[in-house]
Write a protein that binds this ligand. Structure first.
Ligand SMILES: [Zn+2]
Length: 461
């Protein structure tokens, strides 16, 4: 137990917070070291992908590309915020000073669309998107669901310090300078052209461009095929990390089977370069084929194995042990869980197809949190004993158990500062030992909020 009272709690909590933050920032765990070495992926750069394609990476969180045509340029994805996109626009102009004729959004996520006004050279710029744009947000918002914004902030780690974030797995750590909400922008550019067919051929600025419907990460996703130079712009259906087949902030079920099929389609294009939705492009026909092939196969393996386990009657908690990715995929850097996590994908497939009920009759009407917490505390020998057990769990580095035990105490007494701080410590340690940045961000953001609450309770005394 945190055995101090009054002012000393406050001071100790602050010291503990500083110490813990310090240990998280230190490169003393393998995940932290791996993430630090990953920063090279997010170096600011403009990469010449093919004779007429340039991709700006490392300005904000998602690449922005320029395709140069005789009559102007076409922009693929527009970045997260207007400020950094204006920088990209200026740097593109140094390469070629031609007007923007069109912008194409690979999908409706803010990190690919909210910087668009920086590329509106004139009121005539065509803005292309796929039917359903921007699907994911509208599905939740039309149902009146807004909590994804709060969860999204934790997933993105916006309240963390630079030392805590390292990077975002598929992007550098970035704090948007936007007015309004985290997922809001004051100058959103709406599509002027919507395409709804499977494949559509266009000529924009004199460039032959094909837009292909590509439901995967989102139902409004498309990919862009440049037949003359055999370049493909994959959007978020591909980046160098285990894909975010499930997003912690909460989204409708991402059709994982469709996602794998889209990656297969990308393979079939036989591109000589693929511009990813995040991370640096991959150039070279052999490399593109190999990377995309493994990406597709790994997703398919996970999906098929999960279905196999589901049909054996396994519950989500059992499935995450049943579905083990073959060594071959685990060792490929671009399939490491920097951003998405295979375990979450397994759970998402289960709930996406079968819903919340795990199939175990015990769980039809489970004990309420308070009822369970009361029984666990009684079993432990009282609340103080439960507190001791948490201390022991933390000492033994059994952090998940420490967090779970803390939850019982917090349920019994939401103002239990000791439990709040123990949980914060446990989550901080869990973050430190996890490679998946979205999990790290969520753990560390939650820890900050718990410490803040404990501090407020102390000052209220
Ligand atoms: Zn994205």
């Amino acid at each position: 137990m945190y055995k101090f009272t009054g002012l000393s709690i406050l001071v100790s909590a602050m010291v503990a917070a500083v110490l813990t933050v310090g240990t998280v920032s230190a490169m003393d765990t393998d995940p932290a070291r791996l993430l630090v070495s990953r920063n090279a992926e997010f170096k600011k750069d403009i990469i010449k992908v093919s004779p007429s394609v340039y991709t700006a990476v490392g300005y904000a969180v998602s690449p922005v590309s320029m395709i140069v045509g005789d009559e102007g340029i076409v922009i693929v994805d527009a970045g997260l915020d207007v400020g950094t996109s204006q920088e990209i626009r200026a740097d593109f102009r140094r390469i070629v000073d031609k007007p923007v004729v069109a912008i194409i959004f690979t999908h409706g996520h803010p990190d690919h669309t909210h910087g668009a006004s920086a590329f509106m050279d004139s009121a005539d710029v065509q803005v292309w998107a796929r039917e359903g744009f921007p699907h994911e947000q509208s599905a939740l918002e039309s149902a009146g669901i807004v909590i994804q914004k709060t969860r999204g902030k934790k997933q993105a780690g916006f309240i963390l310090s630079p030392e805590q974030r390292i990077n975002n797995g598929i992007a550098k750590a970035f704090w948007p300078q936007r007015k309004g909400g985290i997922f809001g922008a004051s100058d959103i550019v709406a599509p002027t052209h919507i395409f709804s067919s499977e494949r559509r051929q266009l000529t924009l600025a004199g460039i032959n461009i094909e837009l292909v419907s590509a439901t995967g990460e989102t139902a409004d996703s498309l990919y862009i095929w440049l037949p003359d130079e055999r370049v493909v712009f994959a959007g978020d259906n591909f980046y160098k990390s285990w894909p975010n087949l499930y997003a912690l902030r909460g989204t409708p079920y991402r059709d994982i089977r469709a996602w794998a099929n889209v990656v297969d389609q990308l393979v079939q294009e036989r591109a000589v370069a693929v511009v990813a939705g995040h991370t640096r492009p991959i150039i070279g026909e052999k490399q593109v084929g190999e990377v995309l092939g493994n990406y597709r196969d790994a997703i398919r393996f996970l999906f098929d194995k999960t279905v196999e386990g589901i049909n054996k009657g396994l519950t989500p908690n059992q499935l995450v042990d049943y579905v083990v990715l073959p060594e071959k995929y685990q060792t490929l850097d671009y399939l490491r869980p920097y951003y998405g996590n295979p375990e979450w994908a397994v759970r998402a497939i289960f709930s996406g197809y079968l819903g919340w009920f795990d199939g175990n009759a015990t769980n039809l009407f489970p004990l309420r949190d308070m009822e369970e917490a009361e029984r666990v505390a009684k079993m432990a020998g009282g609340k103080d004993k439960l507190d001791d057990l948490i201390a022991t769990a933390i000492k033994e580095k059994d952090y998940q158990w420490a967090a779970q035990l803390s939850d019982y105490l917090i349920t019994l007494d939401p103002k239990n500062k000791s439990a709040l701080l123990y949980k914060a410590d446990a989550l901080t340690a869990l973050a430190k030992n996890n490679l998946t940045t979205t999990a790290r961000n969520y753990y560390l953001s939650s820890a900050i909020l718990l410490r803040k609450k404990a501090k407020e309770l102390s000052s209220a005394q």
